[in-house]
Design a protein around this ligand. Structure first.
Ligand code: ARG
Length: 574
């Protein structure tokens, strides 16, 4: 599965899966073994049924089961050859390295292939709301995962700072606004003006409507002609939006290596299209320029308006060219809503016609909408949850539901930082634990529940594990008797740690941080089970206590690493 997904877009051949990882699966229950090798693919070359092959392999391999072999059982189950691994062997492979901090690295052999991940891409002069957070969480997590997997990652933003929406916003700002801009959150305020502008334009009728539309299109023309006065106003207001965005990213602990602006690729885009028309790659159509993509079943793709002004598409050609030529990008990932799927198909097909072989490595990662329990968010219906409101409400809710008992003994700074960490965990995890093609229903209250599939639960689990160490007077050491970790619940934890790096690799190659999120949730639940059956504090012997202390320490480290890859930093206590 992994190999297939990757190969569809990979022409460089740098990918070398570590053979076994690609082949083995997990049996449905642990009694059947730890790993299962499906024998279907051998049937053709061996000219035997997969069931027969599994049986024969199981029989022939019994001889490797010596008393000190890491494999303790081999059995055929249907068409699968199942292996059981001893917990000691797992512990020996995992625990010393986790303890030393050398365990967390990818099994892939990717040698610094350069990948650009474009995400967030908000439009200035519009409000930043809950829906925008899904993109940020996905893109940021993918950046972290790809880095982990050995790629040379460049995380970029691409700000929508030109176009009709700006003309509408400025039109309202100049002609209809009566308020003075607030000191703080000016970008969000501009977004409100934009919404009011849209409503006013929609609601207008007859002559008035015509007049409004003319006014807006004059502003657009002035902006496109780089009129001094309008350009100054555009720059000033754009900065208001950008200041809001910077603050949001900082709060979310998200960093970009570079920020592109639509306005900076505008000219370049126009040049590319005009040259393409002269070369015959593109064609004139009623004064406009476009490309006929009928052969690819993608219709006619407009690239330049008849008045010479650029389109969203025009700029995407220039942006892609920059990515390939200036940044030498091998793989290029665009995290953009599913509603733009056709647009990206057309952009990629056009780039291919222009001769860019890198297109094979371009990937649009679409994601579905974020809904509210009562339905779709829409600024018309007035039920959009803007970021600042979300932040305020979630922090208040965390302060009162989770941190109240610490008010007396914690500093204000620790209270604030802890609330922020829980908030970011709840939001990002909620945005990542679903596959990106599924809609998400955002519900702050559900996401803050400390039991169940939430980020809040995961950070609680982490804090609980960390507190074990504080209850024990001895230091964690890797010099323990691994054979003592023989409880099935302990083995489950070892097994999860053994699979950790592979899960991260798959999450990246399949563009699915949800795989990692799911693994961490199972891991945290397995920890709870192990914690109730395998007490550290009440361990029968000091040796057993030391072994469990090491195990749980490593569980905490693994959880910390996994959460980091989802963009989450848990607090150390709460
Ligand atoms: N700013 C755009 C929007 O809000 C998204 C940009 C996506 N990236 C791109 N290269 N077209 O719809």
């Amino acid at each position: 599965m992994t190999a297939k997904v990757l190969n569809s877009g990979n022409e460089s051949g740098t990918w070398e899966p570590s053979g076994l990882n690609e082949l083995v699966e997990q049996p449905p229950n642990p009694e059947m073994g730890d790993y299962a090798l499906p024998c279907f693919s051998f049937a053709k070359s061996l000219k035997r049924s997969p069931v027969k092959i599994a049986e024969e392999l199981a029989k022939n391999l019994q001889s490797i089961l010596t008393p000190d072999s890491p494999i303790t059982a081999i059995q055929a189950v249907g068409a699968y050859l199942n292996f059981t691994i001893s917990p000691v062997a797992m512990a020996e492979v995992v625990l010393p390295d986790v303890f030393r901090g050398t365990y967390f690295k990818s099994p892939s052999k990717i040698a610094h292939e350069r990948v650009m991940i474009e995400y967030s891409q908000p439009n200035t002069h519009k409000g930043f709301h809950v829906g925008h957070l899904r993109n940020v969480a996905l893109g940021d997590s993918l950046c972290r995962i790809y880095k982990y997997n050995g790629y040379d990652v460049i995380g970029v933003n691409y700000i929508g700072d030109v176009g009709a929406h700006i003309a509408k916003c400025l039109w309202f700002f100049r002609n209809h606004n009566t308020e003075t801009p607030p000191e703080y959150l000016r970008g969000e305020w501009l977004g409100e003006l934009y919404s009011q502008a849209v409503k006013m334009l929609d609601d207008a009728e007859g002559e008035e409507k015509v007049q409004f539309q003319q006014e807006v299109s004059q502003i657009l023309q002035k902006l496109e002609a780089k009129d001094k006065e309008f350009t100054r106003e555009w720059e000033m207001t754009r900065e208001w939006s950008m200041n809001d965005f910077y603050e949001i990213y900082e709060w979310l602990d998200v960093k970009f290596d570079h920020i592109f602006y639509e306005s900076e690729v505008d000219e370049e885009g126009r040049k590319i299209v005009i040259e393409g028309e002269q070369k015959g790659t593109f064609e004139l159509s009623q004064g406009a320029i476009g490309i006929n993509l009928e052969a690819e079943d993608l219709g006619f793709f407009m690239l330049l308006k008849s008045d010479g002004n650029t389109l969203y598409a025009t700029k995407d050609l220039a942006l892609a060219q920059r990515k390939f030529e200036k940044y030498g990008v091998k793989r290029s990932i665009y995290v953009v809503g599913a509603e733009q799927t056709l647009h990206f198909k057309q952009v990629f097909a056009t780039l291919k016609r222009m001769g860019y072989s890198q297109v094979g490595q371009c990937f649009h990662l679409p994601y579905a909408l974020v809904m509210l329990p009562e339905g779709k968010m829409s600024s018309r219906a007035g039920n959009v949850i803007l970021f600042s409101r979300l932040r305020k409400e979630i922090i208040e809710s965390i302060q009162s539901a989770h941190l109240v008992e610490h008010r007396k003994d914690w500093s204000q700074q620790e209270l604030d930082e802890t609330a922020q960490k829980i908030a970011v965990a709840a939001i990002k995890y909620g945005m990542l634990n679903q596959d990106s093609n599924k809609q998400i229903v955002f519900s702050m209250n559900d996401w803050l529940i400390s039991e169940g599939d939430t980020g809040t639960y995961l950070v609680y689990a982490y804090v609980r594990i960390r507190s074990i160490g504080r209850q024990i007077s001895s230091e964690v050491s890797a010099d323990v008797d691994f054979a003592l970790l023989a409880h099935p619940n302990e083995k489950k934890l070892l097994r999860q740690m053994l699979d950790f790096n592979r899960t991260v690799l798959n999450s990246g190659e399949q563009y699915r941080p949800s795989l990692l999120a799911r693994m961490l949730y199972e891991f945290a639940k397995d920890f709870s089970r192990a914690y109730s059956t395998c007490s550290v504090k009440h361990a029968e012997t000091t040796q057993l206590q030391a072994a469990r202390l090491l195990l749980f320490h490593c569980v905490a480290e693994t959880l910390l690493q996994g959460l980091y890859l989802l963009g989450i930093t848990p607090p150390e206590r709460m």
